[in-house]
Write a protein that binds this ligand. Sequence first.
Ligand code: BV8
Ligand code: ZN
Length: 261
Amino acid sequence: MHQPLYPFSDTLVRRLREAERVAVLTGAGISAESGVPTFRDPDGLWQKFRPEELANVEAFLDNPTLVQGWYAHRRAVVEDVAPNDGHRALAALERWVVGRGGEFLLATQNVDGLHRRAGSESLVELHGTITRSHCIDCHAPAHESALEAGPLTCENCGGLVRPDVVWFGEALPEEAIGRATEAAAMADVYLSVGTSSVVYPAAGLPQIARQSGAYVAEVNPEPSDIAWRLHEQVRGRAGDILPEIVGALGAAMPRPDEPLP
Ligand code: BV8
Ligand code: ZN
């Protein structure tokens, strides 16, 4: 039996081998190794800004230029980085599960678009994406140009332009949370990777999986808010652990320069 280098159990590998349905939830931690700051880590985004100040509609309407500038900064960071081995390992896991006739869904809270760039296909973005923007009045897609003085407005109607993300107090995209909830309820194995599990409804997904009979493990250097409710806590970084899990299954990892199938 493959002796993993990392602190995950043979049970997890066995349950993955036996699984017909695998579902995964990711948070900012899986993008940390790509150089995208998380929210609640000591050097995270929320240390400098409070979410209430930036990631909600009132804050945006109060100070659109500040919020647009914050997202423009985060978009520039994301355009500069690349998926890491953690993202690629989940794309490999998806191909391995689907290749054996199984079902796979990755639900991410991240808005950085790195999972899609790593090759994940069965993917829902629970909190939207900063890679697209739209007008708050006519909802026309908007192209975020560099912020000159004053807020960016819609070329169509002059309305304010906002990123396609889900802010606090806003409903998640129905289809995305619906598919993610169904996948959690049906999963044989559920992996929660790189999330502090404090934001709902996303943080409820691993708990739904657990209550529905899935084997639930989290991959995180620190225990998340719901770690004690899960079967297994794999202490480590996603970019180290996930390729080891995928290796233990004999699934091939895509190379960074490998063109997508
Ligand atoms: C809604 C915007 C209703 C996009 C974000 C009281 C109790 C329960 C819920 C609530 C409550 N009061 C209010 C609520 C609801 C609220 C909520 O949950 N608040 C919390 C804070 C209490 N939720 C909402 O408002 C949601 N909407 O409920 O709407 C509704 C229904 C119908 C109609 C109308 C309304 C909306 C939630 C989405 C909010 N948007 N961001 C953006 O700017 O990015 S949330 C923000 O937090 C990000 O989206 C992020 O994805 C999310 C979660 O954070 P994480 O991804 O977990 O990141 P974090 O930094 O916290 O943790 C990183 C982890 O990684 C750490 O554990 C760290 O140890 C680990 N890590 C670090 N390095 C690594 C690693 N792991 C692995 N490898 C590594 N290398
Ligand atoms: Zn408009």
